[in-house]
Design a protein around this ligand. Structure first.
Ligand code: SF4
Ligand code: MG
Length: 337
């Protein structure tokens, strides 16, 4: 089936001042050749430490900023060519929910008006927009008779995030990008909101891009997972493959940093040591090599490209050793897909 979103070789470098006299022009490789696709109705989780480029990738996809290069195809059409009405339609079809539920709400708008606002901008008559808003508020667990006339500051963090979700759905989008959308919530509220997101996805035929640093949450909600490190994809595949047949040492380190409830699934590798290196001068070869317990000479000399793990074309990893913990079978992959 044709993917809803196809992203190819996306790049975005941010200029920074560097060098002794602060004159030399240098670049942070925020997003450095990222490719992925999301099939209709699926959830792609994007994980990595802060600064790995996951939020920048989301912002590029939403065209909140322009990439330096690369292509994006949304439902079979090139996003770069969207102008005028097509661009407005693309923006409606793609909605975002961010971590900071408070900052993304207008403090002077009631909850009801907040949710009804978007559709009105897109030409839905006010009475219809309000009707839709109330139905959505009810659906996300905020009874409109109690909540529609309240203001954001009168709500809890979890309630505000429900408003943000309702507001996004009011546009009747096809793709929703959730950037750390449950990160600020208590564990129990987090679980409720995740369940709500799952239900809404089925009810509204949605596709999700779910960005998070939390591997438990990503495991729970994702069909496919993409792990990013310093602007690049290091491992990608179906959720079971990523969690049960983890191949990249960085993914392993991320997983072992999460305390497991299940003693049978504790990974052997010690938690991730050190910080990511300076993004202005990434290490040669593999960007993870200074933190990698399996690094060898080849890792400094050669860039590892994404290649298939065993016979599974869906599961790809960018590591010269491919098989991280067991026996260093050298299987350098094909060029990135
Ligand atoms: Fe570690 Fe080398 Fe694999 Fe990079 S390519 S993750 S340094 S083993
Ligand atoms: Mg972020």
């Amino acid at each position: 089936a044709q993917p809803l979103l196809l992203v190819q070789d996306l790049r975005k470098y941010f200029p920074v001042r560097g060098g002794l006299l602060q004159k030399e022009k240098k670049f942070v490789h925020a997003v450095d050749g990222v490719s992925f696709s999301v099939a209709k109705g699926r959830t792609l989780g994007i994980v990595g430490e802060s600064g790995c480029g996951k939020s920048s990738t989301a912002r590029l996809v939403a065209r909140l900023m322009e990439p330096d290069s690369g292509s994006m195809i949304f439902d079979g059409e090139g996003v770069a060519e969207f102008g005028g009405i097509a661009f407005k339609d693309f923006r409606r079809n793609l909605q975002m929910v961010f971590q900071d539920s408070f900052a993304s709400l207008n403090p002077r708008l009631t909850i009801g008006d907040t949710v009804a606002y978007g559709p009105q901008v897109h030409g839905v008559p006010r009475t219809e927009a309000v009707k839709r808003a109330h139905a959505l508020l009810r659906r996300v667990g905020l009874e409109p008779s109690m909540f529609a006339s309240r203001y954001p500051h009168e709500l809890s963090g979890g309630q505000r995030q429900r408003v943000n979700i309702a507001r996004a759905l009011a546009f009747e989008p096809r793709l929703v990008i959730l950037d750390e959308a449950v990160a600020a919530l208590d564990k129990s509220v987090q679980a409720q909101v995740l369940n709500l997101l799952q239900e809404l996805k089925a009810e509204h035929d949605l596709t999700y891009l779910f960005i998070s640093h939390d591997l438990h949450v990503v495991h729970y909600i994702s069909d496919d997972v993409m792990v990013m490190y310093m602007g690049q994809v290091v491992e990608k595949g179906p959720v079971e493959a990523i969690y049960e047949n983890t191949r990249h040492p960085y993914t392993r380190a991320l997983l072992s940093a999460v305390p497991s409830m299940d003693p049978d699934h504790r990974t052997q590798q010690p938690p991730l040591a050190g910080d990511p290196p300076n993004p202005i001068n990434p290490p040669s070869g593999c960007r993870f090599r200074e933190r990698c317990p399996y690094a060898e000479a080849v890792c400094a000399d050669k860039i590892p490209y994404l290649g298939a793990v065993g016979g599974n074309k869906e599961h790809v990893v960018a590591c010269h050793m491919n098989c991280a913990a067991s026996g260093h079978s050298r299987a350098v992959g094909a060029p990135a897909i």
